[in-house]
Design a binder for this molecule. Structure first.
Ligand code: CP3
Length: 349
């Protein structure tokens, strides 16, 4: 049988297939974005962030920008998790300096008014972006497609934006569980379609961002994070059984293990608060990704070198993907990013 050496194809795919890569692959959440001057330059050419996401040649350009500077092992398609509510017909705006603003969906009527059937058409620019990126990306660099997890996207839809504690969404889930379930079910279906379409366009890895997984108590975590994610993964895998999926249940803490076991994901993204010993425990079952503090990358210096060395030493002997524990911050100095990549590629601090 002809064996393709994984490592010459993509170290990230190798790790996602359960093998150990030395050095481990590295990419950074939100690696395309405001810390890059060339991103800010492209961003200044369009009036809104959503326009940038919906203009495939510009979105492809900013997807590739970090790869031109740093030897990352993956690109992540430039888009946003809130493109899905937009595609469902909800009013979504990104106000400079304030973050996303949505017209809140808080009752059965507004949930029923969301348009699942036309969503795929509205999401088409994302697939076109992927086709542009694939044409330019070396084979050794994986392309990651993504969506927000149903719970996290629902929180933005119900709150009408970001919030401290996701109280409105949690209240709606307690007071009108049937209505909230319909919203989550709709998000499962549309997100599954969206992930499959991204993979068909050329994404070789998928990630599900559950940024607000940590705000739910145990039973609600099972109902609104684990179960919908399991359905989402199941729907994608029914069509594409071999596509690797990374789940990122930020803040899940002790519940991460059950999430990893029950959802069917292939690797788990760990946030900054996850103790490295727990990551090692998870690593017995599946590859882990994370979890350098984004603020430590801002700070740099010896503290950064030491922590990078420690992560490589404790996690690098098993399937491990080097990443931050959350998105890169806009104030991150470029030299710190190149230093990080060099340290990881050198295999030690
Ligand atoms: O490089 C990449 O990772 C790809 C692109 C990407 C963006 N957002 C671009 C973006 C990805 C993967 C996301 C995911 C995303 N978006 C999440 C999940 C990850 C997380 O951070 O928890 C969430 C919750 C969102 C929603 C969102 N988008 C918020 C809350 C904001 C405003 C806050 C902020 O960082 O400005 C955005 C805007 C956004 N998404 C920007 C970028 C580059 C900045 C907007 C701009 O440049 O004008």
């Amino acid at each position: 049988m002809l064996r393709v050496p994984f490592s010459s194809v993509s170290p990230l795919l190798k790790v996602l297939a359960g093998q150990t890569a030395s050095p481990p692959p590295i990419w950074l959440m939100r690696q395309a974005g405001r810390y890059l001057p060339e991103y800010r330059q492209v961003r200044s050419k369009v009036s809104s962030f959503l326009d940038l996401c919906r203009t495939p040649d510009l979105a492809a350009e900013v997807t590739l920008q970090p790869l031109r500077r740093f030897a990352f092992d993956a690109a992540i398609v430039f888009s946003d998790i809130l493109i899905v509510p937009y595609a469902l017909g909800q009013k979504v705006e990104f106000v400079d300096g304030e973050g996303p603003k949505l017209e809140p969906v808080r009752d059965a009527k507004s949930v029923a008014a969301l348009e699942g059937s036309s969503a795929v058409k509205a999401l088409a620019p994302v697939y076109e972006t992927i086709e542009h990126v694939i044409a330019e990306l070396p084979k050794s660099v994986a392309l990651i497609g993504f969506c927000g997890a149903p719970w996290t996207v629902a929180t933005y839809m119900v709150e009408g934006g970001g919030s401290k504690d996701q109280a409105e969404a949690r209240l709606l889930a307690y007071r009108q569980p049937d209505t909230f379930q319909r919203l989550v079910d709709l998000l499962v279906d549309v997100s599954a379609n969206h992930l499959v379409s991204q993979a068909k366009a050329g994404a070789s890895v998928l990630q599900i961002f559950d940024s607000w997984a940590g705000s739910l108590p145990e039973d609600e975590f099972e109902r609104w994070c684990t179960n919908p994610t399991k359905k989402l993964v199941g729907q994608v895998k029914a069509i594409l059984p071999t596509i690797p999926i990374i789940g990122f249940p930020r803040g899940a803490g002790l519940l991460a293990e059950r999430y990893a076991r029950e959802t069917g994901i292939d690797a788990i993204g760990c946030d900054t608060s996850m103790p490295v010993g727990w990551m090692q425990r998870l690593q017995v079952h599946l590859p882990v990704q994370g979890n350098l503090d984004p603020l430590l990358l801002v700070a740099g210096g010896e503290a950064l070198d030491i922590r990078v060395g420690a992560l490589l030493e404790t996690l690098g002997q098993q399937p491990f993907i080097f990443n931050l524990g959350h998105g890169i911050l806009p104030e991150t100095p470029l030299e710190h990013v190149s230093r990080l990549v060099n340290l990881v590629k050198a295999g030690a601090a």
